[in-house]
Design a protein around this ligand. Structure first.
Ligand code: NDP
Length: 487
């Protein structure tokens, strides 16, 4: 199907398949026009300064807070997730928006630098300048929280933003655009272009100055290649295969409870969700007993523990991972090869899963978990790192948590907890390897949406000059003597 020729497209309730609304499939011309309008607003947005922008972003935050229930209902409708999960997601996003608005000035203001002895007559500073127009391409699994990590930090830094939400959650995207417009002092600071993949492609190849993408590694590579053609920087938040590592001195009951939630919540559609457990053989039976008993109480359904697969095509991937593991000899603690019951997937926990199974090597993005026993923590670390991904990890140990965490090749790690790093506004979020690069959240997330500009100026003139064709022999001797003295 040529998606560029479609004028509009529907969004669906993933639980029933019912059409919720129709949205514009924005064409390349429409995307280019939005980017041009954003460009025209950039100077006025930057001229407001940190304080002016803070006022607008805090006002937007207040609208999101006041209408939290309304937005949560929309998120729940378009993604199928329970209302309570939608509420938690939006609450975290509100926290990030507030933090970015209030801390941009602190972390992005110019910093003076020491010019050094030889250049003592100069003064030097480093500025952080906004790129201009940032394109944000968002996913459907956390349609508020995830793009907000790029939208809020870009805007606070002084960029204007054109946001393309996922085709599965266009209503949420439009809602964000409309509520921002209510508090904006002038138009086109933050615009939303709904559409299919072709709209995302159009945004990537438009005249934007930076692109922030969240989604699959496959699409991220296409986005990065297109950005490379135009020499624009990217921040890529892609998938993961996050491990949970459990040492023999861990609080087993707590580890089981939290690992289960991390694997199953949001129907497993979480980039930093648990997909693999490596547990010390001495406590493995205990852990498996605990997690098995708790998993038996978890059920998918409308406003149950988790909802349907938001993207129907994901069900085929989940099925293929389960089938492959079963064919390779994995055992099932909970669920089985009949776990996929569209649009839901029953909780599925697999034991003794061969390390070359798809359920170990590839992102499943479903409510499934593998549990493999290890002899010691060195083996757990080796297996945890033996993946193409490197997003997050969770480590459970009373004494060795820090030591294990320090050896993991991941962008984030929680010790005796899960995904704490996503909720703490001051720490950066992002991965390594196929999980992407660049960071959102925290001071680093603000830095991500600026480029560095070094500014130096003369404080007083020296009696001898070096950067001129009139440089004298005395100046040469002087610089040689000073360097020999200093070094
Ligand atoms: P994609 O990576 O294809 O889509 C993510 C976003 O990119 C969507 O807004 C999508 O638009 C847009 N897009 C698609 N193609 C292009 C393109 N060529 N250029 C620019 N933008 C584009 O992910 P899917 O939604 O198809 O999900 C596939 C897999 O990705 C999942 O199975 C999961 O493993 C992973 N994923 C990871 C996420 C994370 O949080 N890291 C989030 C979502 C998915 P449109 O929706 O219109 O296609």
């Amino acid at each position: 199907m040529n998606t560029t020729t479609l004028v509009d497209f529907p969004s669906h309730d993933p639980a029933t398949g019912e059409v919720i609304a129709r949205f514009r499939n924005s064409s390349k011309e429409e995307v280019d026009a939005a980017v041009s309008r954003a460009r025209a607003s950039t100077q006025a947005w930057q001229a407001l300064g940190f304080n002016g922008r803070k006022k607008i972003l805090v006002a937007w935050d207040a609208v999101l807070t006041k209408r939290l229930e309304e937005l949560a209902a929309l998120v729940a409708r378009e993604t199928g997730k329970p209302l309570s999960d939608a509420t938690l997601e939006i609450s975290l996003a509100i926290g990030h928006l507030d933090w970015a608005a209030k801390n941009a000035s602190k972390y992005l203001s110019p910093v003076s630098r020491n010019p050094g002895l030889i250049m003592a007559n100069m003064k030097a500073r480093v500025e952080r300048a906004p790129y201009g127009v940032v394109g944000v391409i968002g996913p459907w699994n956390y349609p508020v929280f995830t793009p907000m990590g790029s939208i809020a930090y870009s805007l606070a830094a002084g960029n204007t933003v054109v946001f393309k939400p996922s085709e599965y959650t266009p209503g949420v995207g439009e809602w964000l655009g409309e509520t921002f417009a209510e508090v904006a002092p002038f138009p086109d600071i933050f615009q939303v272009v709904t559409g299919l993949a072709s709209t995302g492609e159009a945004l990537t190849s438009s005249q934007i100055d930076k692109i922030a993408f969240t989604g699959s590694t496959r699409t991220a590579k296409r986005v990065a290649a297109a950005a490379g053609e135009r020499m624009i920087p990217t921040v890529l938040e892609c998938g993961g295969k996050d491990p949970v590592i459990i040492d023999k001195d861990a609080n087993i009951k707590k580890a089981a409870e939290f690992a289960l939630w991390l694997a199953m919540s949001n129907a497993g559609q979480t980039c930093i969700g648990a997909e693999r457990v490596y547990v010390h053989h001495e406590v493995a039976d205990h852990f498996i007993r605990e997690i098995g008993a708790m998993a038996a109480e978890i059920h998918p359904g409308v406003n149950k523990n988790y909802g349907p697969a938001t993207m129907p095509s994901q069900l085929n991937i989940i099925q293929s991972h389960i089938d492959d593991a079963a064919a390779k000899g994995a055992k099932f603690l909970i669920g089985g090869t009949d776990s996929v019951q569209p649009p839901y997937v029953q909780p599925t926990i697999m034991l003794d899963v061969p390390e070359d199974s798809l359920a170990i090597t590839d992102e499943t993005f479903g409510p499934t978990l593998t549990i493999n026993r290890v002899h010691d923590m060195d083996e757990a670390i080796r297996l945890a790192n033996a993946t193409k991904y490197g997003l997050g990890a969770s480590v459970w140990s009373r004494r060795n948590g820090e030591k294990i965490a320090s050896k993991l090749v991941t962008g984030m790690v929680s010790i005796n907890s899960v995904i704490g790093f996503a909720g703490i506004a001051t720490v950066p979020f992002g991965g390594v390897k196929d999980s992407g690069y660049g960071r959102i959240h925290g001071p680093e997330g603000l830095h991500e949406f600026t480029y560095l500009r070094s500014v130096v100026s003369e404080r007083f003139a020296l009696p001898i000059a070096f950067t001129t064709f009139k440089r004298t022999k005395f100046a040469d001797r002087f610089i040689t003597s000073v360097m020999k003295f200093l070094h």
